[in-house]
Design a protein around this ligand. Structure first.
Ligand code: FE2
Length: 289
């Protein structure tokens, strides 16, 4: 028996590499986060990202991405811009996600991220000292919400040994129809991370190191999650999500934490913070012993 989770839930998590916990959030929290995300997009100056279509497109967009570890930045669906970099639809529907430091820069997201309950759940599944490294608000818009190909989060958020954990919060029902998470049960036990996503030595670009493994996608199962659910996802678990071609959005808020200290954070991870804004420890922030 854990602090917040039953022994069955803990066992299932270790067996599958994921666990869906219903009713983790309440309706007020969800309304607050949705409203704040909408405001962030409304306030966002789209001319900041229109530059992606200029000559140095890849370099500029890489820099915009890799500099976002200590910021709140909006990222748009690829299909939303014309060849001249002009947004061809309402930005509220063109937005793909907001990342990657909402949890440390915005009061509402901070409150929803740093919770004693999350600290207890993390402890229940074996995390000793969760370090909160990344947050993302995912919109998965109706009709255009893009797919996310099969991957392990340890590829993108690496520690030695790998320790990334995803805390995925459903801000509305996530179904097969609107592109819910899918995962391969037990795949977290299949071996080490063979591929890493790094920032280059100049710090102005990103690259993959190592080969992608062939996953047996026929073993994917849908992780349908009701509104208010928390989905735990082991960083080694192979997962993906399909396009959303349905008329319904699929909003989610995701935090990634690692079980490590700042000292161990690899300098070649794409995600970096400046010294004046270090990652925070969940337990310390919420007073969890
Ligand atoms: Fe992922």
């Amino acid at each position: 028996m854990g602090i917040y989770l039953s022994q069955d839930q803990i066992n299932n998590f270790h067996r599958d590499g994921f666990l869906i916990i219903p009713n983790y959030l309440d309706d007020d929290e969800i309304a607050t986060l949705r409203l704040k995300a909408e405001k962030m997009v409304n306030d966002f100056d789209v001319s900041q990202v229109s530059v992606f279509s200029t000559v140095d497109q890849t370099k500029t967009s890489d820099q915009y991405f890799i500099d976002s570890g200590d910021k709140i930045r909006c990222f748009f669906e690829e299909e939303s811009f014309d060849q001249d970099g002009q947004l061809i639809q309402d930005k509220m529907y063109a937005i793909n996600k907001i990342g990657h430091a909402l949890h440390d820069l915005d009061d509402d997201f901070h409150k929803a991220s740093y919770k004693k309950e999350l600290a207890g759940i993390a402890r229940d599944i074996g995390m000793k000292n969760p370090l909160m490294v990344q947050s993302q608000y995912i919109f998965k818009q109706p009709k255009i919400g893009g797919k996310v190909v099969a991957h392990q989060d340890n590829t993108f958020i690496y520690t030695d040994p790998p320790s990334c954990m995803g805390f995925w919060m459903a801000l509305e029902d996530a179904t097969v129809e609107n592109g819910c998470l899918q995962g391969i049960p037990g795949s977290h036990g299949d071996g080490d991370v063979q591929r890493r996503f790094l920032r280059n030595q100049q710090g102005d670009g990103v690259l993959f190191q190592g080969e992608s493994r062939e996953w047996d996608l026929s073993r994917m199962v849908p992780l349908e999650a009701k509104n208010r659910s928390l989905v735990l996802l082991d960083g080694a678990c192979v997962h993906m999500s399909a396009e959303n071609r349905s008329p319904h959005s699929r909003h989610a808020y995701i935090i990634h934490a690692v079980d490590a200290t700042n000292d161990q954070w690899p300098v070649d991870n794409w995600l970096q913070r400046p010294p004046e804004m270090p990652f925070k420890h969940l337990n310390e922030e919420v007073g969890f012993k």
